[in-house]
Write a protein that binds this ligand. Structure first.
Ligand code: PFF
Length: 447
């Protein structure tokens, strides 16, 4: 059997975990939700959720992974056979999420290439953004080809293993992502009229904090921190005992939130300065942003930077997803990384093909009343990830007891766990109650 990988430095581990956390969710979800959901009031509530639920669950995932040093299915089984199902759910969730994430990643590759080719040309790269986007996504062949390219890029990194693939790529991509974000923020904030965007993002309005906004903040946090899918169990299993997992469980959520706020600062001042409407999701990324770059001095250069940044965010998440989806097969059946990674990626590509085609030929097909993209997102994010997060809080809070995580963190006195009571209380009571609340809200919103 191949030797188990291990991160070679704490910096590398943090970059990889942040890479998994920072993704499309931060860039096209958080800023708009914050703007519409009460500005600073939303951000405050989001941060409280991070402290009450995100931090304790992330710590549990790191601890379970590092103590078990195996993939998540075998890790859960090792601790309590009844919880094996949580590992299975996490692994299946990775298949569902990567299937649609890869399709979106393919769109990003297309735009990055397009802006790259036109880098120093004075004409606009995408003069008619709406038209270009519609034509591109409705043409099944091009959506499929770029989806495959994105998956090949993901395989190319993950096949290199933990140290030479995931860690190395994250150490390059994440600092560049932050650098590009800052450069774009400077450009965006210096446009005349940018302050309206800042107002949109931050102006506190506590009356907007309705139950539905709170639910939105909580589910955004789970997805954004990649919790409940076993991402942090998987990465934690490659971590050495010399690392302090408590500080990592604080740094990763904090930097993830900082990135989400920076994304808002990069996007919305420009949106308002140029008199456009704030949007979210694909229309923000692929229609509103190109419209901004069309009007901006050196728009092609900023456009290229932006799409490379988005590509890095998407790739650093997709490598985590592919590693999660493959690690059980790799270890349990003692298969070589080189063999199993391309096979799993091919299966996910086939699985994602209906999503890639759902804006064209399969446009009319609905599953449970949803298009393929929404359906895969619903199963992966809302059903399986929330289930995984609930399972982990019950396993640690009530079955293994919080002391297990505390001991794993302290390593016989090597480190000191700060706030033991806080951790025990949040993982036992607050986390499961809030997760149940999200579950109930997403089920009722469906009916
Ligand atoms: N956290 C990523 C985002 O915000 O886009 C999505 C994600 C990545 C979810 C990795 C789950 C995961 F395992």
């Amino acid at each position: 059997m191949e030797k188990r990988g291990q991160f070679t430095s704490k910096f590398g581990f943090i970059m990889a975990s942040i890479g998994s956390a920072i993704g499309l969710g931060n860039l096209w979800g958080f800023p708009y939700k914050a703007g519409m959901g009460g500005g600073f009031a939303f951000i405050l509530v989001y941060l409280i959720f991070v402290g009450l639920v995100g931090f304790p669950i992330m710590l549990c995932e790191f601890a379970i992974g590092r103590k078990a040093r195996v993939n998540q299915i075998d890790a859960y089984r090792k601790f309590d056979k009844r919880f094996t199902i949580a590992g299975v759910a996490g692994t299946i969730a990775a298949f569902f999420i990567l299937a649609f994430y890869g399709v979106l990643g393919g769109w990003v590759v297309n735009y990055a290439v397009k802006y790259g080719i036109n880098l120093f040309s004075s004409t606009n790269t995408i003069p008619q953004p709406q038209q270009y986007f519609n034509d591109f996504v409705s043409n099944g062949a091009s959506a499929l080809i770029f989806f495959i390219i994105f998956m090949v890029l993901t395989v190319f990194i993950v096949i290199g293993g933990v140290e030479n693939g995931i860690e190395k790529a994250s150490k390059i991509m994440m600092p560049i992502l932050f650098l590009f974000l800052i450069l774009i923020i400077v450009r965006s904030l210096t446009l005349p009229g940018a302050s309206k965007g800042i107002e949109f993002l931050f102006k506190p309005d506590f009356s907007k904090l309705t139950p539905s906004t709170l639910g939105m903040a909580l589910s955004q946090m789970f997805f954004s921190l990649s919790l409940g899918i076993g991402a942090m169990i998987t990465y934690g299993s490659y971590l050495s005992n010399d690392d302090n997992i408590q500080s990592s469980a604080i740094i990763v959520p904090l930097l993830d939130t900082v990135a989400a706020i920076l994304a808002g600062l990069a996007i919305f001042p420009a949106v308002f300065a140029l008199g456009l409407e704030p949007t979210q999701g694909p229309s923000l990324m692929f229609i509103t942003l190109p419209a901004i770059f069309n009007q901006m001095y050196m728009g092609n250069v900023f456009g290229f930077m932006f799409f490379v940044l988005i590509l890095f965010a998407a790739l650093s998440s997709s490598i985590a997803l592919l590693e999660i989806a493959s690690s059980f097969f790799m270890e349990h059946f003692k298969l070589k990384r080189k063999v199993i990674i391309p096979i799993i990626a091919a299966i996910i590509t086939l699985w994602g093909t209906p999503v890639a085609l759902s804006f064209g030929v399969l446009g009319d097909v609905k599953v449970l009343g949803m298009g393929f993209l929404d359906f895969y997102d619903f199963i992966g994010e809302y059903v399986l990830m929330t289930f995984g997060a609930l399972a982990i809080s019950i396993l640690i809070g009530w079955v293994l007891k919080p002391k297990m995580v505390i001991d794993e963190m302290e390593q016989n006195g090597k480190f000191r766990f700060m706030g033991k009571k806080y951790f025990s209380f949040t993982i036992k009571f607050i986390a499961p109650i809030l997760i149940l609340a999200v579950m109930i809200m997403s089920i009722t919103s469906m009916i």
